[in-house]
Design a protein around this ligand. Structure first.
Ligand code: UDX
Length: 447
């Protein structure tokens, strides 16, 4: 089958490379010439484990091509995947401008019957809109069937997720279209759920909102654990053993970030509001998350007092390990707050420094080496649990920092290990180690 993927962003690229790997002829189109040039040379514009080698291999064997030419991309396609961005607007609703543009372009350039599959995360009802745009503008003799086919890829493990996902959702009322897509995905041997368009659209939002809820819930339990002297790691293990709850997404920390959870929870709250059904639970999930992202700065203040002119090492800028993405990252909130308090920040990240620099510019220093990041600092904050960060020997903090005070926002170190070292260590939802008590009230008052 000839497949076209519209959008060479994170979803579009992974989808293109993986479908080519499955044996399809794939053309990926984007309006950004620089990006397409880079991809034509086999280089990935995003950091995603396993992606670049798939791109290189499938470019070389002719299964995959990149273009900015809409005629070349759409005229011959049997299936078109829409994977363009759906950014967040100021009021939290979804900006559908790229969806509009791509729908018009598809209608203009198709020259044969086609299935149009929407992978972009779009509010319920958007696929009807896409169908309407394409139908009213396409050549009348052609048939274009629009399907909702949401993706559940996680950044950092997107290639594995494509081949080993938990389910594939196909939303269409046309059984013939559903069956064509089923054939396309059959080699993956992943369970396929066939449903109507609106339910497919809602599955994507409800999945992300539920996972976000799980995180805010465990973070609230963690905050409570600290107040009553319990240990969140023990508690999460204890509740996770109940199969109805499960261990996934019970890792307490400084909140969720990324391009999906913050945006999608807000969008669902918006959608609910528009449907005259305020989603109070999700509003609380977002509130808890915003508060959680501030936590390291509050802990820093209660531990060392004023942060003015204090040197602070920030370990991790990406919103999670194995990605260079800083969108929605707790680190951005932390930096903003630290700078407002007059602190001097030096940040380390193995992959995300270039993306962070685009947002933070030279307001902070950047370190490509953890030891250099820690050198002569008054305090360190761990914001992302990269392997490189998790495995820093505890001795290193003592050797390089002015004062070995570590605020671990991702609970990277086992407490019994830390207790053997003469250092101050404060993590999330676990008893603090060697913490001075003099500034304690701040954080508890803010919780
Ligand atoms: C998410 C969904 O998992 C994926 O299905 C969807 O397609 C896109 O959004 P992603 O944003 O890549 O994927 O990251 P994910 O691994 O889900 O983590 C999101 C955030 O939650 C990260 O900031 C992570 O640190 C945080 N998190 C995750 C926790 O704080 N605790 C957890 O237990 C799990």
């Amino acid at each position: 089958m000839k497949i076209t993927v519209a959008g060479a962003g994170y979803v579009g690229l992974v989808t293109s490379a993986c479908l080519a790997e499955l044996g399809h002829i794939v053309t990926c189109i984007d309006i950004q010439k620089d990006k397409i040039n880079m991809l034509q040379n086999g280089r990935s514009p995003i950091y995603e484990p396993g992606l670049e080698s798939l791109l290189e291999k499938n470019l070389r064997n002719g299964q995959l091509q990149f273009t900015i030419n809409p005629h070349r991309a759409y005229s011959e396609a049997d299936i078109i995947f829409i994977a363009v961005g759906t950014p967040e607007m100021q009021d939290g609703s979804v900006d559908l401008k790229y969806i509009h543009v791509v729908s018009h372009t598809i209608a203009h350039y198709i020259e044969k019957d086609v299935i149009v599959c929407t992978k972009s995360t779009v509010p319920v009802g958007t696929n009807d809109l896409i169908q309407e745009i394409i139908h009213s503008r396409k050549p009348p003799n052609l048939c274009a069937e629009v399907v909702s086919n949401p993706e559940f890829l996680r950044e950092g493990s997107a290639v594995i997720d494509f081949f080993q996902g938990d389910r594939i959702v196909i939303g269409t009322d046309n059984p013939e279209t559903a069956s064509t897509l089923e054939q396309l995905y059959l080699p993956l041997k992943i369970p396929i759920i066939k449903t109507d368009i609106k339910s497919a659209e809602m599955i994507k939002y409800a999945s992300n909102a539920f996972l976000a809820t799980k995180i805010s819930f465990i973070n609230e339990i963690a905050n409570l654990c600290e107040k009553v002297g319990a240990d969140i790691e023990e508690v999460a293990d204890g509740i996770g053993r109940d199969k109805r709850i499960g261990h996934h997404f019970l890792k307490a920390g400084i909140g969720f970030g990324g391009s999906c959870f913050p945006k999608d929870t807000k969008a669902l709250v918006q959608l609910a509001g528009n449907a005259d059904h305020p989603f109070e639970l999700l509003e609380a999930v977002m509130k808890v998350n915003n508060r959680q992202q501030f936590l390291p700065v509050l802990i820093a203040k209660e531990t060392i007092g004023s942060l003015k002119d204090k040197k602070i090492a920030l370990l991790g800028l990406a919103f999670k390990p194995d990605t260079d993405d800083v969108r929605g990252s707790a680190s951005l909130t932390i930096v903003k707050e630290l700078l407002a308090e007059g602190a001097v920040v030096r940040a380390y990240d193995p992959a995300a420094i270039p993306n962070a620099q685009k947002i933070l510019g030279d307001t902070i220093e950047y370190a490509y080496d953890i030891r250099f990041a820690l050198q002569d600092t008054d305090l360190a904050i761990i914001a992302t649990e990269w392997e490189q960060i998790k495995h820093v020997p505890l001795d290193v903090y003592r050797t390089f920092m002015k004062n070995p005070i570590v605020i671990d926002g991702r609970n990277c170190y086992p407490l019994d290990k830390v207790q053997k070292y003469p250092m101050t260590y404060i993590s999330i939802g676990r008893p603090a180690v060697n913490k001075a008590q003099q500034h304690d009230d701040l954080r508890l008052n803010n919780l």
